[in-house]
Structure formats: structure tokens, C-alpha cells
Design a protein around this ligand. Structure first.
Ligand SMILES: Nc1ncnc2c1ncn2[C@@H]1O[C@H](COP(=O)(O)OP(=O)(O)OP(=O)(O)O)[C@@H](O)[C@H]1O
Length: 701
């Protein structure tokens, strides 16, 4: 029986074929896999640069291209006869000597550019890699067949021009050396291309975040099967028709993970909590989903996948349904948010649903307290200082620092605040009402009574969870973190957290260490969603320096990059709000005429009023119109952000007056910037931004 591995291009090319051809191709692949009569035979390709390359006739005038070694077939693509033959002649395939992963070389293109590189080299004496000896290059896995050409490269620009023709495992260490990094630095770059080796088993130390160092693979360059198993971004083995259908039908992200994603999602067990940070579109949510699935497959107990909003709960649940075929495994994962968890714990303990206080009633209570400070100040002080640090007594409150609060408070003033808080919490208790944060604090206290270190039970109950995976972690309040910490026993693989401090849209700046979560940190640098043009523009928009929160200290956006190019964001100025709405309608209608599906379009604005107007203007179009907050965690092919005008973004009502607290105002401004940045980083193809009147001060000039 042949063993079949598929590359990610194969399902992508297949879906572009006409339905009858597609059907024939799938039937042929199924026959091939099962080795039954009518199965296609490998046919050698004249002029192929790699003699292991063959084609399979999969439909009338369509062929698959395979790399064959003994009974293993790596099915790369499906193309019309002529295209398949030229594809088969163009590439050669190898195994990286350092990492043992497969490499695809655009051999024909390299041969074409070689004379030009040699000519350029003849005109100067400089050589980019003159100081690096062959042994060092070999230790970095540089292919010996590439060495003669490599030695001719005179400058960094020439190397950059070669990037599309080289395997990433060759380019990454060379680019690092060219930037002046040491061999060790180049090795670190190369190491990012390493995934977890399935043959090693998930429990084996992999260097992916657990306590152990990477285990150097023993590389046999002639062993294609092991190399394919080590390359989850390039190949997946299918054992039967069911698996074949899953790979062909599921979205690419379900099946093919990039090496850094694979290492994080499948690595471990991690003896400490793991925190993965990364910019917009680096795949954090995908990693969280794959990690939850991996833990559920492990079967140690129930997994809670935490996200932010109700909408994202449905979104992630639907994605898990796509990712996990086995119902038993799927049922081990619950998707929820912290508010829901707190609500359930308190309801279960009290035997009835807790009643929440509304914003207006709460403001009235703060007024009633007759403090020297206004309701907004008191609420922030209560949430960001008192609840955040879990302060129980006035003495504790008098003694603590108040991070993020610039206005100094004297002991008397603190006593006044404490009295006001006492008044409000007392009244709430009388009325049997609570805020969401109070609910979370109570739930944490309730759980704290019943959980300790790892439960020894053979069948752990639903609560506490055995694993908690947290997405959109940047917006959780310390009280909510305490609840999550209390909801999972201290054990390997207890907490796996992903987030982006630059996308924070609420007032929570918490370093995990301060809430008892001593996490191993990993950082993702490559956005797979954004083209470089939207990414660079977004980074300039986000500006304002680094972000704090989640990690100790601050994180820069430095090093955040994209893998592809696309159009620059379109920024349009209009004379009036009416013109702006008309402009929106014109653009969105054009996109739909271009063939973009309505669900692939997202439109956002800062105010509810603008959202209402845009919805009315775009009624019946089927596109999604939401607030900037509502864009969190979503992804569209094309996105429009309207009303990015002075006086709307930042929203004046959401800014603390400078005279009340300048530091709070600075934080508010940064939060508003973050909000716009989130909305402007949702599109993977095209971003349209508009305003009427004066542009928002946040827009890059
Ligand atoms: N392995 C992959 N295969 C296919 N597509 C991928 C892969 N990884 C990332 N992507 C693309 O990048 C997009 C972004 O992934 P994801 O939503 O997980 O990023 P994120 O870091 O959570 O983003 P954000 O923080 O902006 O919400 C995916 O929807 C997908 O289009």
C-alpha cells in the first residue's frame, strides 16, 4: 500500500478546479490511496531536476505532481498536464541537514539567475559571506550544492532578491548572518523553523517551551518520510479516505501549522504556565484552538477555552467543530468567558442567579456616597486599585502603591475613597446586587476554598478544569485572572495563554506574575493575516511606544513582520458625513461586484450612531457593521473603518479630563489608539479608512 502525504498547495489547487474535474481528482486520489483497480500510476517526467519526481494522471488532462521515495508519495499539487510537467521539471527537493525538515528549491529559477549573480560578482571583490567558513555554513544546514552560488553573492540586496527561490530554512540563517549576526544568532533564526517531531511523541522534550533543551535530530538526508513528518507546514500524511476528506475539506489552518505555531500547540508538557504574545494575525487564536484540541486529545481532563465576548465564543466553538472530528474529544472542551464562569460558580453556590447592577444605578450610588471625588474617579479607583490588588482593609489600601494613577491621594483622601467604596458595596449588598468584577472575586474565593494542588482523582470533575487556555488575554482584569488561577489546579499544562498587549482595549494593565501566574514567555513575530503594507501602516498608527501588561516590563512592536505584500490602506477624506457614507456605499458595492462575498466584508465605526447610519446605508448588503470594540478577534477579506475623524476617534467622552488625572488620560488615549489599531488590522486583503472634517490625530500622515 502506498503511504500518501499531501502538501498545502494540493487542497488549494484542487478547490480552484471545476467541480466535475475536482470530483474525478478526488476519486483518483482515493483509488491511489487504497491501491485499487483504476488507481493512477506514477509516470516519470523527462527533464525533471529531481529524479524522484513523477506525475499521477488524476483526471482528464489533469495531473498530480508527486515526490516518490519507496512506498511514500508526497502529493504536491494538481495542475493541467502541461503545467504539471513544467512544475515537475522546475523544482528539486531536499532535506535540511541541520533540522531534518523538507526543503523545496526553485531550481530552474536559480539556474536562470546564476549568470547574473556571477557577472555582478565579477565586477567587485566583496563577498557577503567571506568571513563564514564552509563548516559553519554546513552546521547551519546550508545545502552544499548551493555553496558555489552562495560564495558569489556580493551584497544583502542580492540575497534578498533570492528569498522567493530559496527554502525558508536556507534563507533565514543566511539573512541573519547577512545582518551581521553570529553563527549562534543565525542558528536561533533557523531553530524557529523547527516543529515538534511527531515520531518523538508529544511528551518528549522538544525545546518548545518546557524545561528541556531541544534535542538535535539525527538527520538522514535520504529519509524523506521522517523529513515529511518533521514538516507539518509542508505535509500531512493521510491514512484513509476519511482523513483524506478531512484534509481536503477543512480550512488550511486546521491541518497545516507553521513551525512556531506547531511547537507551541503540540509541545510540552509545559511544567509552568505558558504565555504567547504576538501582533495582529500572528496566529495566536489558531494556536489556542490547536492547543485546546491537543490537550483534549491527551484526555487528562476537561479543558476550558476562554475568550472575550459572546460572539467570539460562538466563533471559536464553530472552529473547534471544524478542527476536531472525534466527538468525545470535542466534548472535553468548553468554550466560555470569565463572566460566564463566575456567574455559574456563584449561581451553583447560592442556588440562584446573581443579580447584576446596571451602570446608571451604580453611578447614582457613587453620587450618594458624597465623596470629594466624582463617580468616574471612584469607580476607576475601586476597580483598578482596590479590586485589582484585592485589598480588604483600609490599612492595606493606605499602604499600597497605586500604579497607573497619577493623582496622589493623601491618607485622608484615601480614607474618603474607602468610605465611599464601603457605602456603595454596602448598598449593593443590601439590594442583593453585584458588579461583574465583584462576581469574579466571589467566584475566585469560592473556588479557592475547594481547590489546592493537582487533584488525585482518576476522573476529575468539570470544575476545576484540568487545563485552561486563554485567548485575548490582554483585556482580563487581575480579579478575573485570580478566578482563572483558582479554577485550575497547579499542574503541568495548567494554563496556556495567548494575547497581544498592543491590542488592549480596556483599562487593564496586569503583569501575570503579579497575580501568581509565573509564565514561560514566547513571542510570535510573523503576521500571516496582514500584508506588509497594512501592517506597517497599522504599526505607525498604533505608535505611541511600547505596550505594558501581561509580561513584566514593556513590549515593543519591533520585529513584527508580514509574509506577503498587498495594496496600501486607502485613506479617504470627505467634505461631509453624508458624502462619507455615500463613499462607503460606493466602495462596498464595488467590492461585492468584484466578487467579494458579503460575509468577507467588515465595516466598523467608533460610535453607536455611526454604526446605525452605516447599517442603514448598507442595508440588504449582508456585510457586517459593528463598533471598533466589536472587531476584536475577527478577520475579514476587506474592512472599512469609517468616522476616523477628530472629535470621534479618540471618543471625547471616554477620556479622563487632564485636570482630574493626566496619567489616566494618557492611558485612555493609548487605549483608544489600541482600539483603532485592532479595527485596522482585521483585513487580510484590503483596508479602507475614511473621515469627514479633520482627520483623527491618530491617523499616520
Ligand atoms: N497555519 C496557518 N495556516 C493558514 N492560515 C494561517 C495559519 N496561521 C495563521 N493563518 C492566517 O492568519 C490569520 C490570523 O490568525 P489568528 O486569528 O489566529 O491570529 P491572531 O494572532 O489571533 O490575530 P489577532 O490578535 O489580530 O486577533 C488566520 O485567520 C489565517 O488567515
Amino acid at each position: 500500500m502506498p503511504r500518501l502525504a499531501l502538501s498545502p498547495e494540493f487542497p488549494a489547487e484542487l478547490s480552484a478546479l471545476a467541480p466535475p474535474v475536482r470530483r474525478d481528482v478526488v476519486t483518483s486520489v482515493r483509488r491511489f490511496l487504497q491501491n485499487v483497480s483504476g488507481a493512477p500510476h506514477p509516470e516519470r517526467v523527462r527533464g525533471a531536476r529531481d529524479d524522484r519526481v513523477a506525475t499521477l494522471r488524476l483526471a482528464d488532462r489533469y495531473r498530480g505532481v508527486v515526490v516518490r521515495q519507496r512506498d511514500v508519495y508526497w502529493l504536491l499539487t494538481v495542475l493541467s498536464d502541461a503545467d504539471a510537467w513544467s512544475y515537475a521539471q522546475r523544482y528539486r527537493f531536499g532535506v535540511n541537514r541541520a533540522l531534518g525538515v523538507v526543503e523545496v528549491w526553485d531550481a530552474a529559477a536559480l539556474e536562470r539567475v546564476e549568470p547574473a549573480i556571477r557577472r555582478a560578482a565579477g565586477a567587485c571583490t566583496a563577498r557577503l559571506f567571506a568571513d563564514i567558513c564552509d563548516t559553519d555554513l554546513a552546521s547551519l544546514g546550508i545545502d552544499h550544492r548551493f555553496l558555489p552560488l552562495l560564495r558569489q553573492i556580493a551584497d544583502e540586496l542580492t540575497l534578498e532578491a533570492l528569498e522567493p527561490l530559496l527554502p525558508p530554512t536556507q534563507y533565514a540563517p543566511l539573512a541573519a548572518l547577512a545582518r551581521g549576526e553570529s553563527v549562534a544568532g543565525a542558528w536561533r533564526e533557523l531553530d524557529l523553523c523547527r516543529a515538534v517531531t511527531p515520531a518523538a511523541g508529544d511528551g518528549e522534550p522538544t525545546g518548545s517551551g518546557g524545561s528541556a533543551e531541544p534535542v538535535e535530530p539525527v538527520v538522514d538526508p535520504d529519509d524523506l518520510t521522517t523529513a515529511l513528518l518533521r514538516s507539518p507546514d509542508r505535509a500531512v500524511f493521510v491514512d484513509g479516505p476519511r482523513e483524506l476528506n478531512h484534509v481536503l475539506d477543512a480550512p488550511e489552518w486546521c491541518v497545516f501549522l507553521h513551525p512556531p505555531q506547531h511547537r507551541l500547540a503540540r509541545g510540552g508538557p509545559y511544567d509552568r504556565p505558558v504565555l504567547v504574545t504576538g501582533g495582529a494575525g500572528t496566529g495566536k487564536t489558531l494556536i489556542a484552538l490547536h492547543r485546546a484540541a491537543h490537550l483534549a486529545r491527551g484526555g487528562a481532563g476537561q479543558v476550558l477555552l476562554v475568550t472575550f465576548s459572546q460572539g467570539l465564543i460562538s466563533d471559536l466553538s464553530a472552529k473547534l467543530d471544524l478542527l476536531i472530528e472525534d466527538e468525545v474529544v470535542r466534548k472535553r472542551i468548553e468554550v466560555g468567558n470569565v463572566d460566564r464562569l463566575a456567574h455559574r460558580i456563584v449561581s451553583d453556590a447560592e442556588g440562584r442567579s446573581p443579580v447584576l447592577v446596571g451602570a446608571a444605578e451604580l453611578t447614582a450610588l457613587w453620587r450618594e456616597a458624597e465623596s470629594d471625588h466624582g463617580p468616574a474617579f471612584l469607580l476607576r479607583e475601586w476597580e483598578q486599585v482596590i479590586l485589582a490588588q484585592n485589598l480588604r482593609t483600609l490599612d492595606e489600601y493606605l499602604a499600597v502603591p497605586r500604579p497607573g494613577r497619577a493623582v496622589e491621594l493623601s491618607a485622608e483622601q484615601r480614607a474618603d475613597v474607602w468610605r465611599a467604596v464601603g457605602h456603595v458595596t454596602g448598598r449593593l449588598a443590601e439590594r442583593g446586587k453585584r458588579t461583574l468584577l465583584q462576581l469574579a472575586a466571589e467566584a475566585a474565593t469560592l473556588l479557592g476554598r475547594s481547590t489546592g494542588d493537582l487533584l488525585e482523582e482518576a476522573e476529575p470533575g468539570r470544575e476545576p478544569y484540568r487545563h485552561i487556555v486563554v485567548d485575548e488575554a490582554q483585556d482580563l482584569h487581575p480579579t478575573q485572572w485570580r478566578l482563572l488561577r483558582a479554577a485550575v489546579p497547579y499542574a503541568p499544562d495548567d494554563l496556556f495563554i495567548v494575547g497581544d498587549p498592543h491590542q488592549r482595549i480596556f483599562d487593564t494593565r496586569v503583569a501575570l506574575g503579579s497575580v501568581g501566574i509565573d509564565a514561560i514567555q514566547r513571542r510570535l513575530q510573523v503576521s500571516y493575516r496582514l500584508p506588509q503594507e497594512i501592517l506597517s501602516w497599522g504599526v505607525r498608527l498604533r505608535g505611541g511606544g511600547p505596550a505594558d501588561g501581561l509580561v513584566a516590563g514593556v513590549q515593543e512592536l519591533y520585529g513584527f513582520r508580514a509574509t506577503r505584500h498587498g495594496p496600501r490602506p486607502m485613506v479617504r477624506a470627505y467634505d461631509s458625513p453624508e458624502d462619507e457614507l455615500n463613499g462607503l456605499v460606493t466602495h462596498v458595492s464595488q467590492w461585492l461586484e468584484d466578487g467579494v462575498r458579503p460575509e468577507e466584508v467588515g465595516v466598523a465605526a467608533r460610535t453607536a450612531e455611526l454604526v446605525r447610519d452605516a447599517r442603514a446605508a448598507l442595508r440588504d448588503s449582508g456585510v457586517r457593521v459593528t463598533t471598533l470594540h466589536g472587531m476584536k478577534g475577527l478577520e475579514f477579506r476587506r474592512a472599512a473603518v469609517i468616522g476616523v475623524a477628530d472629535g470621534i476617534v479618540p471618543a471625547p467622552g471616554s477620556l479622563t479630563p487632564a485636570e482630574e488625572d493626566p496619567a489616566a488620560r494618557a492611558h485612555d488615549l493609548q487605549r483608544e489608539r489600541g482600539l483603532l489599531y485592532v479595527a485596522c488590522t482585521r483585513a487580510h486583503e484590503l483596508l479602507y479608512v475614511s473621515y469627514s472634517g479633520r482627520a483623527s490625530p491618530f491617523l499616520p500622515t
